[in-house]
Design a protein around this ligand. Structure first.
Ligand code: UT7
Length: 349
């Protein structure tokens, strides 16, 4: 047994407003049928005017902290029930502003005091990268308890006229609490596989707003402030990289694909999830999917899928769980754990 980061709290938050496929079809040249058959998405949640990524991150973080307190109380394991976290890592690529990071504001609003807090930017792989960062800081002894949040509001950066991206992306936040424990405990993060390929940087991007565009005199070209994605090559890479990353982590952890109870992959497209399942030789019941209700929520996608799978009874204590994500960068990453007993309360929407 060795020191490890152990998952001990889970929460999530979605904005109130739901945009159905039918509502999108009233505004754009698309249809419920196209969106459902090509992506598996039925609706997505969208922030109200004035609502931002930090608002969702604070709500999800508060819920994960409450879950960690309730779990500690239930287990009666001697952990101080109001034990605060000493690290906040926020995965987002839609920060409240380009500078500074959004995490310090989130930590402040959660009343966590002067804890170290910073953002991690890896688009849809952001949550897995943030989890690996926080877990490493815990195993290194730099932190004892960490709040890890994935939060994004892509509705704020989409081109209102782009039917493809508007059909896919939704807003949301998901969060977990990690504590120091040992590698033999349920909830211990058993390993990670992470990677990137910057040659694909243009495939998923917002061209304007960064130092590259701002170092050129004059305003950005029209439309460059919007998010763009080259869907087809991204689809192919998502399948390939999540499958390879999952496979290499499974080898490292010593599990066969058949021994995994639940694969919680980034919720990009149901056809991508099924193709990854095929590559790994998984059965349908092993694959968790909630994208029909929330769409692709970017960094929030994996923790929201975990939250919904727990709430629906699909994910049970003792299950062997593989998390895998893929996103802009390009980036990818996977993590493995045995699901712990958690007190999560009622899901907040
Ligand atoms: O989260 C980060 C990772 N992101 C992903 O993994 C997303 C990966 N990509 C995808 O999920 C899919 O490529 C999309 C859902 C984005 C697109 O689906 P596709 O089956 O690859 O469609 P396509 O891009 O090849 O387009 C096929 C047709 C095109 O029309 P034409 O050129 O054949 O006339 C598109 O213009 O479908 C059209 N189309 C739509 N039609 C109705 C694209 N979006 C829509 C839409 N409604 N919303």
């Amino acid at each position: 047994m060795s020191r490890a980061a152990v998952l001990c709290g889970l929460g999530g938050s979605l904005p109130e407003r739901i945009v159905s496929n039918e509502e999108l079809a009233e505004q754009l040249d698309t249809s419920d049928r196209w969106i459902r058959t090509r992506t598996g998405i039925g609706q997505r949640h969208v922030v109200a005017p004035g609502q931002s990524t930090s608002d969702l991150a604070v709500a999800a973080g508060a819920q994960a902290l409450a879950s960690a307190r309730a779990t500690a109380g239930q287990a009666d394991d001697g952990v101080d029930l109001v034990d605060p976290v000493d690290l906040v890592v926020l995965a987002t690529s839609t920060p409240d502003r380009p500078c500074p990071a959004t995490a310090p504001d989130v930590a402040h609003r959660l009343g966590l005091g002067p804890v170290p807090s910073f953002d991690v930017s890896a688009v849809c792989t952001g949550f897995v990268y943030a989890l690996a960062t926080a877990a490493s800081m815990i195993t290194a002894g730099i932190a004892g308890r960490a709040l890890v949040i994935g939060a994004d509001t892509f509705s704020t950066i989409l081109d209102p006229a782009d039917r493809t991206t508007r059909a896919i992306f939704g807003d949301g936040a998901g969060a977990v609490v990690l504590r120091a424990g040992d590698s033999g405990e349920p909830g211990a993060l058993l390993g990670f596989d992470l990677g990137s390929d910057g040659s694909g940087a243009d495939l998923i991007t917002v061209r304007a707003g960064g130092s590259r565009q701002r170092s050129v005199p004059g305003p950005a070209a029209e439309g460059e402030e919007f998010f763009t994605m080259d869907g087809r090559p991204v689809f192919t890479r998502a399948v390939l990289d999540m499958s390879r990353s999952s496979q290499s982590l499974l080898e490292r952890v010593g599990w066969s694909a058949a021994e995994v109870d639940k694969v919680v992959a980034h919720q990009a497209n149901i056809r991508i999830l099924n193709a990854v399942g095929e590559q790994l030789g998984l059965e349908e019941k092993q694959i968790v999917a909630n994208l029909d209700r929330v769409g692709n929520t970017v960094a929030a996608s994996i923790p929201l899928a975990l939250r919904d799978a727990v709430a629906g009874g699909e994910l049970q204590p003792g299950h062997r769980v593989l998390l895998t994500g893929f996103g802009g960068g390009l980036t990818w990453g996977s993590a493995a754990l045995v699901w712990p007993e958690l007190e999560t309360g009622r899901p907040h929407r």
